[in-house]
Ligand binder design. Structure first.
Ligand SMILES: Nc1ncnc2c1ncn2[C@@H]1O[C@H](COP(=O)(O)OP(=O)(O)OP(=O)(O)O)[C@@H](O)[C@H]1O
Ligand SMILES: [Mg+2]
Length: 251
């Protein structure tokens, strides 16, 4: 079972879009996928049309050990999904006061069996929920928008990864940096791509996610990109990402 956290402390870089559509892309390659929503914004949950506020228990209850992970799983778009709700913001506060607070997700996943991939969508910060993802997962996928401050936030993230490797999770690896919302016609995008390539070499994935309006529209229909617009650039790019990650294997 490969466990991937989609992570970047910078907001709005395409984490949720990537978690949903990578998961759906892997499912379409015949892989069994478990998606985890670890963000109190619950964007992954809503993007897949799950009405989290109508559910009795979600990710927060799992982390507080009020129920097991299997109890809250929903079947959506060919994947199993653990939804989140805004209540997860309160859970993060409550977690601060409990034992094994950084280890709760790992403990919950110990229960889980039969998946090829677990993909976790993280919030845009390096708080306790993100820490749980980095402790529970062996691989990080880091979406980045090709703009001026991208390298700076990547540097900060790599420092954090090194700290986690030295303590909570020695097995943690950065599987790939993924450029999102890429516009080839923009010089800044091409230059930033080159700078990241120079700095991070092979860690920069070959697949690039182009800026594509269908990717922004799909969540309002509660659909992944393959269901919403199978012929779009977005579907082609996320299919290519799924294939690249399968080809590369775990680092
Ligand atoms: N390749 C793309 N082309 C066009 N729009 C995109 C693309 N990827 C993401 N978007 C849009 O950009 C916005 C931010 O994307 P997304 O929500 O995936 O980022 P995020 O990193 O999860 O944000 P947050 O940090 O708030 O969780 C969304 O409106 C999304 O629909
Ligand atoms: Mg998000």
């Amino acid at each position: 079972m490969r466990t991937l956290a989609v992570l970047n402390q910078k907001g709005g870089v395409g984490k949720t879009t990537t978690a949903v559509n990578l998961g759906a892309g892997l499912a379409r390659q015949g892989r069994k996928v478990l998606l985890l929503d670890l963000d109190p914004q619950a964007h992954l949950t809503y993007s897949l049309g799950v009405m989290a506020h109508e559910l009795p228990r979600t990710m927060g209850a799992v982390l507080m050990q009020e129920c097991r992970l299997g109890d809250v799983v929903r079947r959506v778009a060919g994947m199993d999904v653990v939804p989140a709700s805004v209540a997860l913001a309160g859970t993060e506060v409550d977690l601060a006061g409990v034992d094994n607070r950084e280890n709760r997700l790992r403990m919950a996943l110990a229960d889980v069996d039969g998946y090829d991939f677990v993909v976790a969508d993280c919030p845009p910060n390096l708080g306790l929920l993100t820490l749980n993802a980095m402790t529970a997962c062996d691989e990080l996928l880091v979406p980045v928008q090709p703009e001026f401050l991208a390298l700076q936030s990547l540097g900060k993230l790599m420092e954090t990864v090194a700290a986690i490797q030295g303590g909570w999770n020695p097995d943690l690896r950065v599987t790939g940096i993924l450029l999102t919302r890429y516009q080839r016609q923009k010089k800044l995008n091409r230059e930033t791509r080159q700078r990241i390539q120079k700095h991070f070499g092979d860690t920069l994935l070959t697949t690039v996610i182009r800026d594509n309006i269908s990717l922004a529209e799909a969540p309002s229909f509660g659909q992944d990109i393959f269901t919403y617009k199978p012929g779009s650039n977005g579907a082609a790019d996320y299919r290519s990402l799924a294939l690249e990650l399968l080809r590369r294997g775990a680092p």
